[in-house]
Design a binder for this molecule. Structure first.
Ligand SMILES: [Zn+2]
Ligand SMILES: [Zn+2]
Length: 415
């Protein structure tokens, strides 16, 4: 149920009289998809708007709020909590209970309570990794930005969630990002309630966060040069590159190169099942495909789905032999955005496995399976996997389009 369809929180308002205390206090327990979606910063901003004191914190799978202020402000706050919830959130229930006023000063984001294993509460946890949002994409491609071309850029509205969580509640100390202490600039953004990175748990930058490595045979040692530039050049030359994303390895090749796509089919033992093709933008989609306006809109949805559309005959025939429509998708992570743009052509992007085998998630598996060039994207937070190939793998993962997960995305935002 979307926040706009949800029942409004029950707040009983009574007529004030002179004997009433000047303020009231209430505790709210918010259930739904409310962690990892920027909910606490949102609550903080609402509290500031209505001049309320109190705190907000994650507890297990729910968000708890103590708010104190004039009755009318509390009521407006309660409505806005549901009506204006962040686009990735799904508020399913808000339970209110009166509390004695504590003459609190200010509104703070408190330490979370009760670290537990993900899923132990049976509650919806957090959203899967939302694709790079448009604001972060602008930073990624904007040379003066301090995160220009930084493949681990994220904010409260996009970036990894489930793949980095080791326990709930969702806080940096319980994610693999705790291995990367924030630099002063990132810490300032993380602590600034007006910033889109306020309590964005995986916040990082080139100064303090993880980095990419490109590994290549023989020996799988680090390849010199900029990993994105070098990998893109390999792709243009017809290589198959294994890209470690949030859900394990994907295999990429030039979707316009018939020999490369045919070799990928052979290696995957996948003779004719269509491959999906990644394009950098809707404009690219219009160049290589002939999409309807609806198909273009679907392509740009925040879920970054694979959309079937007729192609213009510019792709290798092995991409989808015998099919009139082919699967197109936009990049879902900053790394994919950078790679497809640098390669300057659409890329086949398929799971890193042989047909009917599980996706390859560890650095150890990839070379053995494919014996081809390998661009490990470490699990953010796992510096060791950068240093020695064969360290920890991606662990828990949620590949694009995975079905049957307990995790639920929030409502669909407008493209
Ligand atoms: Zn974002
Ligand atoms: Zn930093």
């Amino acid at each position: 149920m979307s926040p706009r369809e949800a029942s409004p929180p029950l707040i009983r308002t009574r007529v004030a009289d002179a004997a009433d205390p000047p303020v009231a206090a209430r505790m709210a327990e918010v259930r739904g998809v409310v962690q990892g979606v920027g909910f606490r910063p949102f609550v903080w901003r609402l509290a500031a708007r209505y001049g309320l004191a109190g705190w907000v914190r994650n507890r297990d799978g729910v968000v708890e709020i103590l708010a104190e202020g004039p009755e009318a402000s509390l009521e407006a706050f309660g409505w806005a909590l549901v009506q204006e919830a962040p686009s990735l959130a799904t508020v399913e229930e808000v339970r209110w209970a009166p509390r004695p006023t504590g003459f609190l000063a200010g509104f703070v984001v408190e330490q979370s309570l009760e670290a537990t294993e993900p899923g132990s509460s049976g509650l919806p946890l957090v959203t899967p990794a939302p694709p790079t949002c448009s604001a972060r994409l602008r930073e990624l491609l904007h040379p003066p930005d301090r995160r220009y071309r930084y493949p681990f850029i994220n904010c409260t509205e996009c970036g990894p969630r489930f793949t980095i969580i080791e326990a709930l509640p969702y806080d940096r100390v319980r994610t693999s990002m705790r291995a990367f202490p924030m630099c002063a600039d990132c810490a300032r953004e993380y602590e600034d309630p007006t910033d889109r990175r306020f309590h964005a748990e995986p916040v990082a930058c080139p100064m303090c966060g993880p980095h990419l490595t490109l590994r290549d045979s023989p020996g799988w040692g680090p390849h010199p040069g900029d990993p994105i530039v070098e990998a893109a050049e390999m792709l243009r030359q017809g290589a198959i590159v294994a890209v470690k994303g949030l859900g394990g390895f994907h295999l990429a090749c030039d979707a316009t190169n018939e020999a490369a796509v045919a070799r990928l089919r052979h290696r995957k033992t996948r003779p004719d099942k269509p491959f999906a093709v990644m394009v950098a933008s809707p404009a690219w989609a219009g160049e290589f495909f002939d999409p309807s306006p609806d198909e273009l809109r679907a392509l740009s949805s925040w879920r970054a789905p694979i959309v079937l559309m007729p192609d213009r005959g510019l792709l290798a025939s092995s991409v989808a032999p015998g099919h009139k429509r082919q699967g197109a998708m936009l990049p879902s992570t900053p790394l994919h955005h950078l790679l497809v743009r640098e390669a300057d052509r659409p890329l086949v992007m398929t799971s890193g496995n042989r047909s009917d085998e599980p996706i390859c998630v560890t650095d150890d598996d990839a070379p053995a399976l494919w014996n081809r060039r390998c661009l490990p994207r470490p699990r953010p937070g796992d510096r060791r996997s950068l240093r020695r190939l064969g360290g920890h793998g991606a662990g828990r993962h949620l590949p694009r389009g995975s079905k049957g997960s307990k995790l639920r995305p929030g409502r669909t935002a407008s493209p």
